[in-house]
Every structure is written in structure tokens, then in C-alpha cells.
Ligand binder design. Structure first.
Ligand SMILES: C[S@@+](CC[C@H](N)C(=O)[O-])C[C@H]1O[C@@H](n2cnc3c(N)ncnc32)[C@H](O)[C@@H]1O
Length: 194
């Protein structure tokens, strides 16, 4: 079953049961049609990959791709809730947050995914030294993410190398072809400084 139907909306998922094996887990938040995750999963058959997406049509497309490989599953859910309540603590090696909706109008900023609370739940779901990768074409959102991550004390900023090793997501291709600048950030989980 490539589309995950959680047994309960409050119980944590069991990656061993979902994938039938223990392996490092990478999660794509707002995975769209799953193109990025599918390419990554095909490149790394030794790891498990989970896409989370709230739009049914995109989930369906992602599921069609996941059906072609063994190590990709798709969860039709709201990201913030899924990270906070469904993913087990310390279970994720890498989160990918690629081109989250920027909500450019000021009055819509509260709809943005990345908040202090969101970063805390990401931190809890990451393994020791786990990584959150973020890419956006939106400078204002990027600046805000940098500030929130810096204030949180939960992450170390990673040098932006190694990014070329990852496949481009559908939105990355779209923005790159229009000549838009892309801002990237890698955050590594650390113990909070008291
Ligand atoms: C701009 S698209 C980027 C898609 C993909 N990450 C890429 O880079 O090609 C943002 C995606 O996040 C999904 N999304 C936005 N907010 C979400 C949320 N709260 N929970 C789950 N998915 C969400 C949207 O439906 C959309 O598919």
C-alpha cells in the first residue's frame, strides 16, 4: 500500500510496519506530485522515503510514482499536524521542505509553515544530527526562516554545499527556468544551549 492510511489520527506511525524494514527515513513536506521524492528514492534504495501532501490530486500522482518502487510511501495529511503528532520522535534522518507556499501578503503570513513551534516539532522528530533542508524563491520568507532558526538554538547552520547532489523538485525546475533566485538552507539538529 503506497498511500498510508494511519490506523489512528493520534497514534504515531510505525516506520517498520509501513516499509517492512528498518532504514534511515527521509520525509518530503508538501511533496506535490512526488517527482523529487521519487527520483531521490530511486537513487537511494537503501533508505525509506515518505511524502506528506494535503492536496488529493497531488497525492494521487505521488502514489502512482510510489507504486513503481519499494521504498516510497505517501501520507495524505496536513504537514504540521503530521510532524507533531504522527511521526515518532527521533525517527527522521532528513526533512526536505522545498518551496513551501510563501503566502506573500502580510495578512497571510500566519499561514506560513515555518514558525517557532514548527521548528520545535521538526527538531523532536529528527534523529540526533538530523537535517532540515529548505529551499524557497521568496527572500522575505527565507529571511524570516533564518531569523527563527537562529533564535531557536535548536539547529546549527550548515554550509550550502552538497546541494547539487539532490534532484531538482518540480517547483525548483519551474523557478530556475524563469531565472528566479533560489535561497537554500540546511539546518542540523543540535542539543539546545541552555
Ligand atoms: C509550492 S508547492 C511545492 C511542491 C514541491 N515541494 C516542489 O518543490 O515541487 C507547495 C506544496 O506544499 C503543499 N502544502 C502546502 N501547505 C501544506 C500543508 N500544510 N500540509 C501539506 N501539504 C501542504 C501544497 O499542496 C503543494 O503541493
Amino acid at each position: 500500500m503506497v498511500e498510508l492510511i494511519p490506523e489512528s489520527c493520534t497514534a504515531r506511525l510505525d516506520p517498520l510496519k509501513i516499509f517492512g524494514r528498518e532504514a534511515p527515513l527521509q520525509v518530503d513536506l508538501g511533496c506535490g506530485d512526488g517527482a523529487f521524492l521519487f527520483t531521490l528514492a530511486a537513487q537511494m534504495p537503501e533508505k525509506n522515503f515518505l511524502g506528506i501532501e494535503r492536496l488529493a490530486g497531488r497525492v494521487e500522482k505521488a502514489c502512482r510514482k510510489a507504486a513503481r518502487i519499494d521504498n516510497m510511501r505517501v501520507l495524505h495529511f496536513e504537514t504540521a499536524y503530521a510532524v507533531r503528532s504522527l511521526l515518532p520522535e527521533r525517527s527522521v534522518e532528513t526533512f526536505h521542505l522545498l518551496f513551501p507556499d510563501p503566502w506573500p501578503k502580510r495578512r497571510h503570513h500566519r499561514r506560513r509553515m515555518v514558525t517557532t513551534d514548527f521548528l520545535r516539532t521538526i527538531w523532536a522528530a529528527l534523529e540526533e544530527n538530523g537535517i532540515l533542508r529548505i529551499a524557497t524563491d521568496h527572500l522575505d520568507y527565507f529571511t524570516r526562516i533564518l531569523r527563527l532558526a537562529g533564535e531557536s538554538n535548536l539547529f546549527a547552520f550548515m554550509p550550502p554545499n552538497g546541494e547539487n547532489d539532490f534532484p531538482a523538485s518540480a517547483f525548483e525546475k519551474k523557478f530556475a527556468s524563469s531565472g528566479a533566485r533560489i535561497y537554500r538552507l540546511g539546518l542540523r539538529k543540535v542539543s539546545p544551549v541552555m
